[in-house]
Design a binder for this molecule. Structure first.
Ligand code: NAP
Ligand code: G4F
Length: 325
């Protein structure tokens, strides 16, 4: 029988790749979309992947429990992927209450809708490596203590633990993926990898002269979103729900990530990169490095796309976009 998936955050980077992945597996895919005054903007990532006509888009919002209850009643999902969030760390200092309402309490709203209407459905929560913040171990695993450093990370920690709690309290098949940074040509323009690949493409085409960044000494464990949505699905195929770190096991500075992008188009980073304190954060996460051993052992998951390949793919995609425009 055809399986049905309900995805919150279907219009985001991961929602688009997960939709494509599930459609290829034969799923019926339904997504929660918050209303916008701009026609056509919401599905631009799904359109990029050519799957916009294959998914059902349903009106709802993480802050409105009644909408979620109705959607779960309507869709009768086998699997629910909660990807919706205010997901930009820097914005979480500007909008801490909205971040808490959506990224934290919104998780309880989705869990409640599942518990009330479809307790047999399997649930995935998009937890984050940002929860490790001021790291307590050099390589972070499922047992590393958390130390969040932003309103976003604090909200994600709530979402993580409420998922664990609903699993233990009500026996829901609820799993959390503690995903490290993952990127793609569909990444939002405000995140550093995409800001860099778009900036490099603009400089290459003579549209800009400089790229302004904040803390380029920060280190991140970067993977490709296409690899990471596969891990989400694998978690929900296990007999028992559990929590998993999804990462590459390699960490790189923002500076070195930039070097890959500049050298891909034959430019010298020192001629164009400007440090702008406006992009420094009130509290920084200096370094993240994941230990994906459990995901490898239990899910058989391993990343297939390297940082080098991904950054080059992103620069090429931005060059093509800008040329078209
Ligand atoms: P994204 O591109 O920013 O997508 C976020 C999605 O959430 C969008 O579809 C957005 O809709 C939706 N959304 C925001 N507020 C909403 C609300 N009130 N009601 C309903 N939908 C709402 O994020 P992503 O990179 O795909 O990440 C997916 C999830 O994984 C997020 O929860 C993120 O925090 C988490 N995560 C991401 C990473 C990463 O490196 N990418 C790592 C760890 C965890 P609009 O299109 O209308 O804005
Ligand atoms: O790309 P970023 O904005 O991602 P960040 O803060 O690591 O968060 C992302 O990954 C998390 C997983 O760990 C997700 F949960 C979260 O939703 C999001 O997807 O920044 C990466 C690093 C930071 O240290 C930041 O200070 O890059 C540094 N950076 C330096 N200059 C910059 C800039 N970041 C941005 N966005 N813009 C800059 O100009």
């Amino acid at each position: 029988m055809t399986k049905r998936a309900l995805i919150t955050g279907i219009t985001g980077q991961d929602g688009a790749y997960l939709s494509q992945f599930l459609l290829e597996k034969g799923y019926e895919v339904h997504g929660v979309v918050r209303r916008s005054s701009h026609l056509g903007v919401a599905d631009h990532r799904l359109r990029w992947l050519g799957v916009e006509k294959d998914v059902a888009m349903l009106d709802g919002n993480l802050s409105d429990l009644s909408s979620l209850i109705r959607l779960v009643e309507q869709v009768k999902p086998d699997e629910v992927y909660n990807l919706a969030a205010q997901s930009f760390v820097a914005s979480s200092w500007q909008q801490p209450i909205l971040t808490a309402n959506i990224t934290a309490v919104g998780v309880t709203n989705v869990l409640e809708a599942v518990r009330i209407v479809a307790p047999q459905a399997r649930f995935y929560q998009a937890s984050s490596s940002e929860m490790y913040g001021k790291i307590q171990e050099a390589a972070q695993s499922e047992t590393t203590p958390f130390y969040p450093r932003s309103p976003y990370a604090v909200a994600k920690l709530y979402g993580h633990w409420i998922t664990v709690n609903y699993r233990e309290s009500f026996g829901l098949h609820a799993s959390s993926g503690i995903l490290f940074n993952h990127e793609s040509p569909l990444r939002g323009i405000e995140f550093v990898t995409r800001k860099v690949t778009d900036g490099v493409a603009r400089i290459k085409l003579g549209l800009e002269k400089e790229l302004r960044l904040g803390n380029i000494d920060a280190k991140r464990d970067w993977g490709h979103a296409k690899d990471y949505v596969r891990a989400m699905w694998l978690m929900l195929q296990q007999d028992a729900a559990d929590d998993y770190v999804v990462a590459t096991g390699t960490t790189t500075t923002v500076r070195d990530m930039c070097r890959i992008a500049f050298s891909h188009v034959g430019l010298n980073i020192d001629d164009h990169l400007v440090i702008d304190p406006a992009f420094f954060r009130p509290a920084e996460v200096d370094v993240l490095l994941g230990n994906p051993a459990k995901a490898k052992a239990k899910l058989g998951w391993e990343p297939q796309i390297t940082l080098d390949q991904m950054i080059r793919e992103m620069v090429d995609a931005d060059l093509a976009r800008l040329k078209r425009a």
